[in-house]
Design a protein around this ligand. Structure first.
Ligand SMILES: C[C@H](CCC(=O)NCCS(=O)(=O)O)[C@H]1CC[C@H]2[C@@H]3[C@H](O)C[C@@H]4C[C@H](O)CC[C@]4(C)[C@H]3C[C@H](O)[C@]12C
Length: 325
């Protein structure tokens, strides 16, 4: 399971929890403007494009991004959509983009969600795998900038683009079902509840936080969607970088997966391998890992963005404890 979210203070923040039972070997990866992107079914090459930063597995010299942000502040995260994602054979009349090419294709060329919508309208998301060892990932995507978010789902009946007014995405079921479920929670509130049950019964609030009784606490993707939406829509913080980043990680923490709570059929546990928070305006990628709660930061603009070589920073997994005496 995974959860992605957006957050706007003075700057715009975008990030995700990557929940899984193993890591592919994740690296914070900066693709500078002149790194050449070749596309499997397109004649067009992107030899000059927007620079981007995100988490990727680098296969050969190719950045297989999980989530990334470009220098214009456009952001994308891919999340599992198993059993529902369906990709097509290439067709002559469309831009045929392989599933693993989607993030470079959009972030390389689009400065906003509006521009991404235009490319998506001409796009066919194809079923060409990266390699035999790295078969198709069944995903759907949260695509955001500071003004709007959309959800992109490729299903048997074609590509769907949904407005995403919540700025949150988890996994199954398809996005319209996720959104519809929110209707069942409209009574939840961060404020102290009032008695609408019966005037004849003398109810008392015995604890703070009772306004959100009924907020689902389990790890299913539907429940994480509701919980992350509630937390994000009610989140508030100061505008400073420290306050914004701290608050963003708290939103993600509301849906993190602790080892032991989600047992898979293979006997392994799914956990939150990393949490990321990208300042999309400044190109700063912050992350924590399951065992390293210290926030690490990689600045895209500290690198030579005119270069043609990937810049890679393997994630720091080892805990760092600040000893004070
Ligand atoms: C496993 C990741 C998604 C995590 C997630 O949503 N978990 C929820 C589990 S579930 O709801 O319970 O199924 C996804 C997100 C991005 C994916 C990677 C990216 O798409 C990039 C390449 C794409 C290649 O086709 C496969 C390897 C890969 C390197 C992918 C491996 C894996 O599928 C990743 C890492």
């Amino acid at each position: 399971m995974c959860t992605a979210a957006t957050y706007l203070t003075g700057d715009f923040y975008f990030g995700r929890n990557l929940d899984y039972e193993f890591s592919y070997g994740d690296e914070v990866t900066i693709t500078p403007r002149n790194y050449p992107f070749h596309f499997r079914s397109l004649e067009k090459e992107l030899t000059a494009h927007y620079a981007m930063i995100g988490m990727a597995y680098i296969a050969g010299d190719y950045p297989l991004y999980y989530d990334a942000v470009n220098e214009k502040g456009l952001c994308i995260a891919g999340l599992n959509f198993v059993g529902n994602a369906a990709y097509q054979e290439p067709v002559p009349e469309k831009d045929n983009v392989a599933q693993f090419e989607l993030i470079p294709w959009l972030l390389g060329q689009c400065a906003s969600v509006k521009e991404a919508r235009e490319l998506i309208a001409r796009m066919n998301l194809t079923n060409i795998p990266f390699s035999e060892k790295l078969p198709l990932a069944q995903l759907h995507w949260l695509i955001s900038d500071r003004t709007e978010s959309i959800t992109l789902e490729a299903m048997k009946d074609g590509l769907h683009v949904y407005d995403n007014p919540v700025g949150v995405l988890t996994n199954n079921p398809p996005f319209p079902y996720q959104m519809f479920q929110l209707n069942n929670y409209m009574q939840l509130s961060p404020a102290t509840p009032e008695n609408h049950f019966s005037k004849e019964l003398p109810f008392k609030t015995y604890s703070r936080g009772m306004g959100a009784i009924g907020l689902p606490g389990d790890l299913s993707s539907q429940s994480r969607f509701i919980r992350a939406a509630f937390t994000k829509m009610n989140a508030c913080s100061g505008d400073s970088e420290e306050e914004s980043v701290s608050q963003f990680f708290h939103i993600l923490t509301s849906v993190e997966q602790q080892r032991g709570c989600c047992l898979l059929e293979n006997g392994k546990y799914e956990i939150t391998l990393y949490s990321s928070c990208c300042n999309a305006d400044k190109g700063i990628y912050y992350y924590t890992t399951y065992d390293n709660r210290q926030i690490s930061a990689v600045y895209m603009n500290h690198e030579d963005l005119e270069s043609s070589t990937l810049v890679r920073y393997p994630i720091i997994q080892k805990a760092s404890i600040h000893t004070v005496n």
